[in-house]
Design a protein around this ligand. Structure first.
Ligand code: ZN
Length: 199
């Protein structure tokens, strides 16, 4: 099975899922994104019991939606599905995509050393702010083949994993900012949503 490859971030046991042939290929759909201040972004997502076709289809739609946006990571709740599934691709290359699907991801360890990255979020479009997070992370997840994978990452991938797992717990990257900054962006998006509703 050609479902793993060695990654370039961190050291050790990286595995990147490779898309495998799927009978329902072609059914991928770009789904509408859930945007701040939508209350669904605060929902704690439910664990996935079993990797079914429904989950594989969800992952396909998430990847399609993520690449279309474009973004480097997406949590299922961002398309309105409260399940513990995230997709990522930090390769930033259109020619050599490295899609990763993480089901029920869990953080096992975070480094004391921190790093600052400018983060953005597909649910908070066109807003970017620096966030400090642990620089390295060890995490565990189930892949679409149903295997348990343990992996360590640093840099962008470490930031992305933490950002996406936060989504599964109803946490947004703006929660890591000062209350002043957070209130300002929430207010801005609430106003925009109201304008849209009022036509
Ligand atoms: Zn996000």
């Amino acid at each position: 099975m050609n479902d793993s490859a060695i990654g370039t971030t961190g050291s050790g046991h990286e595995r990147f899922d490779r898309p495998r042939p799927r009978p329902y290929l072609g059914a991928m759909t770009i789904r509408p994104l859930v945007i701040l201040p939508d209350a669904r972004l605060r929902v704690v997502s439910e664990p996935v019991d079993r990797i079914t076709d429904e989950i594989r289809r969800l992952a396909d739609d998430m990847l399609e939606t993520m690449y279309d946006a474009p973004g480097v990571g997406l949590a299922a709740i961002q398309i309105g599905v409260p399940k513990r599934v995230i997709t990522m691709d930090v390769s930033k290359s259109e020619t050599e995509r490295q899609p990763l699907v993480l089901v029920n991801p869990e953080i096992l360890w975070l480094s004391d050393e921190k790093r600052v990255y400018e983060e953005g979020c597909l649910s908070i479009p066109e807003y970017y702010e620096e966030v400090e997070r642990p620089d390295r992370v060890r995490f565990r997840y189930t892949n679409l083949a149903g295997e348990t994978v343990e992996q360590e990452a640093d840099g962008l991938m470490a930031t992305c994993v933490q950002h996406e797992i936060d989504h599964l717990n109803g946490v947004l990257f703006i929660d890591h900012l000062s209350k002043l900054k957070r209130d300002r962006v929430v207010k801005k998006f609430a106003k925009a949503a109201k304008r849209e509703t009022n036509g």
